[in-house]
Write a protein of this length. Sequence first.
Length: 368
Amino acid sequence: MAIIVNSIITSLTEDRQEAIRKAVGILEVPEPLVQSAYIAKTSLDARRRGDIRFVHSVSVTLADGEARVAERAQAKGKKVVLRVEEPLEAAFGPGKLSHRPVIAGFGPAGMFAGLLLAKNGYAPLILERGGDMDRRVASVERFLSGGSLDPETNVQFGEGGAGTFSDGKLTTRIGDPKCAWVLREFVRFGAPEEILHRAKPHIGTDRLRSVVKRLRAEIESLGGEVRFYMPASDLILENGRLCAIRTTQGDLSENAEYDAAKDEQRDIEARIEELEGILKNAEVVVEDEVDFDKINVGCKVKVFDITYDEEMEFKIVGSTEANSLEGKISNESPVGQALLGKRVGETVDVETQAGIIQYKVLDISRSM
């Protein structure tokens, strides 16, 4: 139980703690009786030029007697209300579920419904039409750069809902106590604490993305599951009761294809990540510009193996082209690294698992 003291005014230069001191003064209670006090909401009153000020609502919790103190302040015309905050809990029914609950959509309502159910042991299954946050951001950036529109994953559809790309505004016209719980959960997942008291709070699009991903990670850690690119397409009823949900990939009870598709998607993502790493570190070699006075990537090299008394030929290539059976060695291999930059007549020592091997460079030529 807390007393909310409204319409506490401070100037732009006053310390925020002054609002709390004023609220406690309005309640006329000794400081030792105050267990906690914090600013619950702040707005900016800019209606009068030259008299811009903050307007606060302060929440005060007392060791005892909140109802009596609030009633006394109200009798004196003070803008005070008594608020009872109860923990938000999922209602448990009398029977055991034969299946886990299903949530359609992973926007704000779907996220927090899923979180609440997961925290209470229900392991919800959440169906989302669009893609996860990383794919969604990539799709939107591609579209804004002149690419095609992905009808399933864009600023409207995908993890986090439409608000993910609208600066993360948290304005609502309802006074439901669940709003406070939602804000506290946002802060727990990385949103700025100021949203707890701002009159018109927002998180910011860039920050909201990581907040949503952390929220989903907790749902999954508690046994919940989010299936992306899987919109609910129909409800299947029997005798007036909901018995199944149909998706674009069939009924949920017949979804082996989904698991296979998910595995394939994971493999594709791993390959994409590998290719991105290769492209990031790629170096273009133009053979016409290669200096054949010394060994470079793209050269064909003839060497004499002093250790084993034999001639050998190598082609120095990038790591992705290396193939020992074809005589192509990577510029990142021990032999390749040792030979790079060497000239005809020079000798190199190469440390291998079999010991030190000596090579003498006999010839450097263009690779055909």
